[in-house]
Design a protein around this ligand. Structure first.
Ligand code: PEP
Ligand code: MG
Length: 555
């Protein structure tokens, strides 16, 4: 093993699932650029123009090669390669390298230092910019290899179907992958929006990102990669691994055949809905059997905006989603800004614990009129169902409901804070429906940051404490005769979705890619099986026990 972290047979490494599917195969790792000591000497003044020309030619050669590959690829892969080629010719970092060469640095050192300067900047900016750091380092390695007369670094061509494991994958490498030879992807870094994730989705390669401990798994080790659960099992029992692959293939076949609408095998109807973030996603989601939208995350439309969009602009954007689902149920969530999704125009205060700070519905107080303008836009677009994020008290729910009704909208709230789940009955006195956000509900119930790969075991939605709070909310819904849905990631796990139905959930809303799998699994089981599984799960003490109990009753 290449690291001091002990990774032994059967170790289960956890990450963030990106593309579902299960594969059992040996590991391959991308070739790295051999460690090159950046030369310390200065280039004589007379030789600097030549050194500069050498650098310009190397950067241009790298960009040309990437553009050629873009021309031979299609879809997202082609776009990613073209974007990397553009970055290879980006004037900002080229200029920074040139400046160093003019001052006497050899080209290899100039490239390394200039790229690191921008890596620091991107890392500080965080979010999507930080995910571009891998792209920059990839360009650095390619230009340095070119300058040093070495072959381009990248993914080796495997002899047998393999799982590609890497710290992170350069977009240019991922875009050229052959899905018949690279059957799984796992990375130590990267988020669900990284280029690795985007390409993996396009190529349909099962993928897990942000896998803790992956660096210690060497090439040729056999692993079981589960892109649905987000796990990589090192050296699993071969028979169990083969069974897991076969079961996943069978589920995938069932999912492909499922056409909706959502119901158990004995006809108990459960609306299967989809989560979207803009019109394009809604139009794509319309191709799935989803009956409507259970969560439209409006804040994601405005992450790059410096100023608040006008009511008209907002209405146009919301109308795109409503039009895509033409008359079907669409639940629009008001801005859930703050924490991991800051909006520039909201003016977030500096906070020590932003996840516990001014986010969700709490931004309305410091931004007078922002909620009203959004509600006005939703009404103007022809929306009906609207819900508020991060509700903690019945008073907040009442205030939101009054404001939403003033615009003729049907108000609901998200249940993401344990306090709201515990007092769901009081909240339901004011609103027409609840939607449980299990991502935040798990975060706040377990006091564990949902972004932390290290704490993924705690934020697992199978945690019985989280499911006990779901049960409290669904009981309140049943007593009030009002719908209670789930729109967090829990609804995307087919087995857990059945448990949620057993707990009394009336709708399930998940990412488009997860919809067929959830619908197909629900269609395999009877309502009583779901209820038995729910009872069994509530009697367990750990997420592992909960999973096992449900699997035993629902398989
Ligand atoms: C949730 O918290 O489960 C949820 C659906 O909201 P978001 O993931 O956008 O915070
Ligand atoms: Mg949330």
């Amino acid at each position: 093993m290449s690291s001091s972290t002990p990774v032994t047979s059967l170790t289960v490494l956890r990450g963030v699932p990106v593309v579902s599917g299960v594969q059992y195969a040996p590991v391959i790792r991308p070739g790295r650029l051999p460690a090159l000591d950046a030369p310390a000497h200065e280039v004589a003044e007379a030789d600097r123009p030549a050194e500069s020309a050498r650098f310009t030619a190397a950067a241009a050669a790298v960009a040309t090669r990437l553009r050629d590959r873009a021309a031979h690829a299609t879809g997202a892969a082609s776009e990613v390669l073209a974007a990397t080629a553009t970055l290879a010719q980006d004037r900002a970092w080229l200029g920074a390298a040139e400046k160093r060469i003019t001052a006497g640095a050899p080209a290899v050192r100039a490239v390394t230092e200039a790229v690191e300067q921008f890596v620091d900047l991107f890392t500080q900016l965080g979010g999507l910019m930080a995910e571009r750091v891998t792209d920059l380092r990839d360009i650095r390695d390619r230009v340095v290899a070119e300058l040093s007369g070495l072959p381009e670094p990248g993914v080796p061509l495997p002899d047998v179907p393999s799982v590609l494991c890497a710290e992170d994958l350069a977009p240019a490498d991922t875009a050229g992958l052959d899905p018949t030879l690279v059957v799984g992807l796992a990375t130590t870094l990267g988020g669900p929006t990284s280029h690795t994730a985007i390409i993996a989705r396009q190529l349909g390669i099962p993928c897990v990102v942000a896998v803790g401990g992956l660096d210690a798994v060497d090439a040729d080790t056999l692993v079981l990669l589960d892109g649905t659960r987000g796990t990589v099992t090192v050296d699993p029992d071969p028979a169990q691994a083969a069974a897991a692959v076969a079961a996943a293939a069978q589920s995938a076949a069932l999912a492909r055949q499922w056409t909706g609408p959502g119901a158990t095998a004995d006809g108990h109807a459960v609306a299967i809905l989809v989560n979207v973030q803009d019109g394009a996603a809604a139009r794509a989601a319309r191709q799935t059997p989803a009956e409507g939208v259970g969560l439209f995350r409006t804040e994601l439309c405005f992450l790059n905006r410096d100023t608040e969009p006008t009511v008209d602009e907002q209405a146009q954007i919301y109308r795109e989603v409503l039009d895509a689902f033409d008359g079907a149920k669409v639940v629009i969530r008001t801005l859930d800004a703050g924490s991991d999704k800051p909006l520039k125009f909201v003016g977030h205060p500096e906070e020590a614990n932003p996840a516990l700070g001014v986010r969700g519905i709490r931004i309305a107080a410091g931004n007078p009129g922002i909620l009203e303008r959004q509600l006005e836009a939703i009404a103007a677009a022809g929306g009906d169902w609207v819900m508020a994020p991060m509700i903690a008290t019945a008073a907040e729910a009442e205030s939101f409901a009054t404001r939403a009704r003033a615009y003729g909208l049907t108000p609901g709230v998200m249940i993401e804070v344990p306090a709201a789940a515990l007092l769901a009955d009081k909240i339901l006195e004011h609103v027409e429906f609840l939607s449980i956000g299990t991502n935040d509900l798990a975060q706040y119930t377990m006091a564990a940051d949902r972004m932390s790969a290290e704490l993924a075991g705690l934020t697992d939605p199978w945690q019985p404490a989280v499911l006990a709070l779901v049960a409290t909310a669904t009981r309140a819904g049943a007593a009030a005769g009002k719908p209670v849905g789930v729109c967090g990631e829990a609804a995307a796990d087919p087995l857990l979705a059945c448990v949620l139905v057993g707990l009394g959930v009336t709708s399930l809303s998940a990412a488009g890619a997860a919809v067929p799998g959830v619908g197909a699994q629900l269609a395999q089981v009877r309502l009583q099986q779901c209820r038995d599984a729910a009872d069994a799960v509530l009697a367990t003490a750990t997420a592992e026990e909960a999973r096992a109990a449900a699997a035993a009753l629902l398989s």
